[in-house]
Design a protein around this ligand. Structure first.
Ligand code: SF4
Length: 439
């Protein structure tokens, strides 16, 4: 279905959840710039919040997230106290400005904390910010989702949830250190629906050890039976030198890049064949889902959580390693939970690394986002002329079409979208390639 040109996807590329990407963050940008950006927020400007919980009950071997084992309750309690401090600090810097329209809890696993602690955290946010009526979403690990969580999700009016499913093939679950039987997922789905979750996402993966097309096909079929509203189908990024826990995964059992490509293509075919609309290069949504409607109306965006219908230009990241995004600045909080606690405990903003977004970054960022979200980007002739040579191999293969002031992905170009978007990445020519495969 998709033509395979290995030479066009062999170079690792960022996922472009921001531009510039985290690879461009430096220590020169931190709390001072963060404070200035917070103070520039207008009185009723829409703000999205992302709250990071860097703990999980069990650590999966493939995981690239900033998370650790939730094996000591004292560790979580002190972290929650630090979140409280940071929320208070941010509230003070905002001084009543800004209106929170969305709150996303991610990690890690937000359900590594107790349901009661989650209620207190949410209360704190609503007290400190103008957040009444905000849409609330949460990432959930089905392995640690006890009964009390469903009551709390209903009572706190959480409407969106994302379940880490990854694969339903038992021997692959063993090979990635994440064992969760289908019955566990079925129970979670039933209870989440009963608790009022109207938008349910499944995270699935291809490119896993020992995974064959038939395994992926069975996981997709079983997932479709459970009718999630969205599915994100990610390729596993094996980077064991950067992510030591991945050394437990047998490199020799991983599918090669051609097999990965086939798996991505198979996922696309099965999910679109089942009536889901392809959103960008790795998300799928039912046509009635807000994400699919936003894509159809060309209102799709890309932020640190992937494809989104969230139009806010300001995203405040709360918690260790959380990233905040402002029109002219991207800043990441201190990554280490211990140092993060010390900073906010001393009433200091936690921003430690980041990058200022200058005019050149902004237009390139707009083009990259537009290409990934809608498959087309417009720009001046002069700007397009600067990247024409990099686009040539993709144009020659018919994967992309270039006019005088536009670039358009052709249907066969979808799996090459990140690589094509990368042609507009000014920094990529200097990068050391510590990113994932484009497919
Ligand atoms: S539950 Fe999610 S965040 Fe936690 S280790 Fe597994 S993949 Fe990573």
């Amino acid at each position: 279905m998709w033509p395979y040109y290995p030479e066009l996807i062999e170079r690792p590329v960022p996922r472009y959840t921001s531009y510039p990407t985290a690879a461009e963050f430096t220590d020169d940008v931190g709390a001072v710039a963060q404070a200035a950006a917070l103070e520039a927020i207008a009185p009723h400007e829409p703000i999205s919040l992302y709250v990071h919980i860097p703990y999980c009950q069990e650590i999966c071997w493939y995981c690239g997230c900033n998370t650790g084992a939730a094996n000591r309750s004292g560790r979580i309690t002190t972290y929650l106290d630090a979140l409280d401090e940071e929320i208070h600090l941010l509230g003070r810097h905002l001084g009543g400005r800004g209106r929170v329209t969305r709150i996303a809890f991610g990690g890690g696993s937000p359900n590594a904390v107790s349901p009661l602690a989650f209620v207190r955290l949410l209360d704190r946010i609503i007290t400190e910010f103008d957040a009444a009526g905000a849409e609330i979403s949460i990432e959930l690990d089905p392995r640690s989702l006890d009964d009390a969580w469903f009551d709390v999700l209903r009572d706190t009016r959480v409407t969106r949830a994302s379940l880490g499913v990854q694969t339903l093939t038992p021997h692959i679950q063993q090979a990635i250190g994440r064992v969760q039987p289908l019955a566990m997922i079925e129970r979670a789905v039933d209870r989440l629906r009963a608790a009022g979750i109207s938008s349910l996402n499944f995270d699935l993966m291809y490119g896993l050890p020992h995974q064959h097309l038939a395994d992926l096909g069975e996981t997709l079929a079983a997932s479709l039976q459970l009718a999630p509203d969205r599915i994100a189908l990610f390729g596993y990024a094996h980077l064991p030198t950067l992510i030591p826990r991945q050394r437990r995964i047998d490199t020799g059992a991983l599918p090669n890049s051609h097999r990965r490509f086939e798996q991505a293509a198979h996922g696309y075919k099965v999910l679109t064949g089942a009536g889901y609309r392809a959103i960008g290069f790795d998300h799928f949504a039912r046509p009635s889902e807000p994400l699919a409607i936003a894509a159809a109306e060309r209102r799709l965006h890309r932020n640190f959580q992937g494809f989104t219908d969230d139009p806010s230009e300001v995203l405040l990241g709360i918690g260790a390693s959380a990233i905040s995004h402002f029109p002219g600045l991207i800043v990441q909080n201190e990554k280490m939970a211990g140092r993060y606690r010390m900073l906010v405990g001393a009433h200091q903003l936690a921003g430690r690394r980041g990058v200022e977004r200058h005019e050149d970054d902004r237009w390139r960022g707009r083009v990259i986002e537009s290409l990934l979200c809608s498959g087309e980007a417009r720009m001046t002739e002069d700007r397009l002329s600067r990247v024409r040579h990099a686009l040539e191999p993709y144009v020659d293969k018919g994967l992309v079409r270039c006019g005088p002031t536009y670039v358009r992905l052709m249907p066969a170009g979808l799996p090459y979208a990140r690589a094509i978007a990368g042609c507009f990445d000014h920094y990529r020519i200097f990068s050391k390639g510590l990113f994932s495969h484009a497919v």
